[in-house]
Structures are given as structure tokens and as C-alpha cells.
Design a protein around this ligand. Sequence first.
Ligand code: IMP
Length: 191
Amino acid sequence: MHGWVGHNVYGAELERVLLDSAAIDRRVRELGDSISRDYAGRELLAVGILKGALIFLADLVRRLTVPVAIDFVAVGSYGAGTESSGAVRILKDLEQDIAGRHVLLVEDIVDTGLTLNYLLEIFRARAPASLRVCVLLDKPERRRVPVPIDYCGFVIPDEFVVGYGLDYNERYRHLADIVVLRREVYRGSSV
Ligand code: IMP
């Protein structure tokens, strides 16, 4: 297996590279191209869901050829560990008014769908001109509520992944690759 940034420090908890940085980079470019084409002539508001979407959003907006403003929202659904409690709430709301704007919600991963479903309901009520969803990763096996995904980077199997913004207990977000966390790390743990 090839190494990754942080390998020497964290290697024991990480199983294998699922998507390396070159593959991510290629896909982000393609997503940027599609979004730029679809929004041609319009101005976009990209809304990143903190903290996981931070790195994806940063790379994605640099591939856009349409004017884009950026805002962030923070939600609480996952605490520590890998299982969602099912309850979602806004911890930090948008700073900008989205009424009449073309809003693109940017998320790192859709798992149960509860987070995006909740945010879409709230944002729809604020009357944006349009509201679309862009996710880097989709884990469809775990879906509990359907979510309309307009732009998807990769469909992945039901494994817990870290890196490229995704964390396990706030660790590994800085990895350049997307890496599978060993099941033993979170299975049977109290978090
Ligand atoms: P959902 O509400 O279940 O769709 O969960 C979405 C959130 O769960 C994501 O924004 C992530 O923060 C977290 N999440 C789900 N699966 C993973 C994973 O494999 N690695 C890291 N975080 C994950």
C-alpha cells in the first residue's frame, strides 16, 4: 500500500486508501465544470456544512468559473464516534440572507440523510431562487430519509472514512487522501 500524509503517526488506525488525492482532484474538477456550466450567467452562493465540507468546498470553489459567494452553516448530529443520534440542530446559522439567491449546499458525505434533509427543509422556507445539493461522497446503504443529490463525487460502500475534511473524533481531517478507518477502532468503543 502506498503511504499517505500522516501515515507514520496514524497508520495503525487506518486500513486502506479508498480515494487518493489525485482521484479526488480529478473528480472535483469535473464537478466544478458541471456546476459552472449549469450556473452560467448566474451568481452562486456556496454553503459549506462545517466542518467536514471545509476542504471540499475550498477546492470546489476554485474550480468554478461563475461568480460565487461563500457562507457556512454548522450542525450537530454526530457527536463523538461514528453513529448519528438522529437529532440534528443548527449550531451556527448562515450570515447571509438566501432569499432570491441561487444556493448550492456543499456537504462532505451523505450517510443517513438526516442532516441534509433537515437543512433543506429550513433553507427552502427561506425562499431561495434555487437550492441544490453537492456532496463529495454518498453512502446510500445507510440512508434513512431520501435526499435529492444534484452533484455527487463518489458513491462509496458502508465503511467509515476519514481524511479530506472528514474526521473521527476530530482527527484525520488533514489527510490528503480519503482513507478507511479500521472497524476495530470504533466498534465496541464507548464513543
Ligand atoms: P447524515 O446526517 O447521517 O447523512 O450524516 C452526515 C454527517 O455524518 C456528515 O456530514 C459527517 O459529518 C458524518 N459522517 C457520516 N459518515 C461518515 C464517515 O464515513 N466519516 C466521517 N464522517 C461521517
